[in-house]
Design a protein around this ligand. Structure first.
Ligand SMILES: CC(C)(COP(=O)(O)OP(=O)(O)OC[C@H]1O[C@@H](n2cnc3c(N)ncnc32)[C@H](O)[C@@H]1OP(=O)(O)O)[C@@H](O)C(=O)NCCC(=O)NCCS
Length: 326
């Protein structure tokens, strides 16, 4: 079964509530109407009711039956303010909270925190920082995970080739400990997408073929990751060719259980990760699905501002699937 068919089957009819803070954005509205019609998620739009209804009408979208929550006119706003102040533990006063929670991303993220929604999809018009920061402050990472990170599922040929790349989106220069956690979380995300996780921590060096602080960080991260999750097949540091091509693996890392058959590629920092997935996308004709934020207590998804309606639709399907395993 193609990847999205399988993901859709897992959520259909389950009425998983996904909140979309960008309620007047046509790409969001188009996706939401499809998701609702196909009974894949129960969408919640954030925004002024009149403005959202007008935006939908202007584009010919029928949003009847879809909940619209307005931060300016929300019954449980006082409760939300109190919950936010308590969650921020001295970092926000009640007065500040009342202002902050008028922001649609903070408001939407609080709906998830309060259990009024199961997950959130935003970022069609907001930057990664504006979408992700409320989640880091409110939803926070799971116990044992200090950093959230952003993974991409890389697909080619109707899902026949399927790999995971991370962190391509969030942590600018993770420490060895953080990189190890990213590797372990990536293995878990891979399983969610039915990818058998053979996790390679990538470098410009294979098993000490070069020596530098950058290579040492990846070797150290590999040691930590193996300790954190002995149940997973994790190895490093490996160059991309040693990780991916069996004949190169035989030469460069003959004793590795991952070399030559890696399916999960963990990049040493954001520059190589971000560049790497875009090369696969543009030179290799892979479809890049993500970023999928890993390690948060509840799923929050960040769209690219260049996204199209189909991306919003697919991201919501992934987010709803994350609620099943979180
Ligand atoms: C993710 C990002 C937005 C964080 O924003 P930030 O303004 O630097 O965040 P701050 O340092 O002010 O921290 C805000 C809170 O989030 C937490 N935090 C920051 N990064 C975190 C991470 N990766 N995981 C978990 N928590 C994190 C901080 O601990 C802090 O928590 P607190 O307020 O409860 O103490 C920032 O790292 C970023 O811009 N990354 C690059 C994103 C990007 O441009 N990607 C482009 C490709 S898609």
């Amino acid at each position: 079964m193609e990847m999205f068919e399988s993901l859709e089957a897992k959520i259909k009819g389950k009425k998983i509530k996904i909140v979309f803070p960008e309620g007047t954005e046509p790409r969001i509205l188009g996706a939401v109407v499809r998701l609702k019609a196909e009974d894949l998620v129960q969408p919640i739009l954030v925004g002024n009711k009149d403005a959202v209804s007008k935006a939908a009408k202007d584009r010919g979208f029928n949003i009847e039956g879809i909940d619209i929550f307005d931060p300016e006119n929300f019954d449980q706003f006082d409760e939300m303010v109190a919950s936010f102040v308590e969650r921020r533990k001295g970092k926000a006063t009640e007065e500040q909270a009342r202002v902050t929670l008028k922001d649609e991303n903070y408001f939407g993220t609080m709906l998830v925190h309060m259990g009024l929604a199961d997950g959130l999809v935003s970022g069609a018009v907001h930057s990664t920082g504006d979408t992700v920061r409320p989640a880091l402050q409110i939803i926070k990472t799971k116990p044992g995970v200090s950093r959230t990170s952003g993974a991409f599922i890389m697909l080619r040929g109707r899902g026949q080739e399927k790999y995971l790349f991370s962190d391509c989106a969030i942590n600018i220069n993770p420490t060895a400990q953080e990189l190890a956690e990213i590797a372990v979380e990536s293995a878990k995300t891979a399983e969610m997408f039915d990818i058998e996780p053979n996790v390679a921590l990538l470098s410009f060096s294979t098993k000490g073929s070069a020596s530098s602080p950058e290579q040492e960080k990846v070797a150290e991260a590999t040691r930590i990751a193996k300790e954190l999750a002995p149940e997973y097949n994790i190895d490093g540091e490996l160059q991309f060719d040693a990780a991916f091509v069996q004949t190169v693996a035989n030469q460069k890392a003959p004793d590795s259980t991952v070399a030559g058959k890696a399916t999960v590629f963990v990049f040493p920092e954001i520059q190589s990760g971000n560049i790497g997935y875009k090369i696969a996308q543009r030179f290799g004709a892979f479809e890049a699905v993500g970023p999928i934020l890993q390690g948060l207590n509840k799923p929050i998804s960040d769209l690219s501002r260049g996204c199209v309606e189909e991306d919003v639709y697919k991201t919501a399907i992934i987010t709803a699937n994350q609620t099943l395993v979180n």
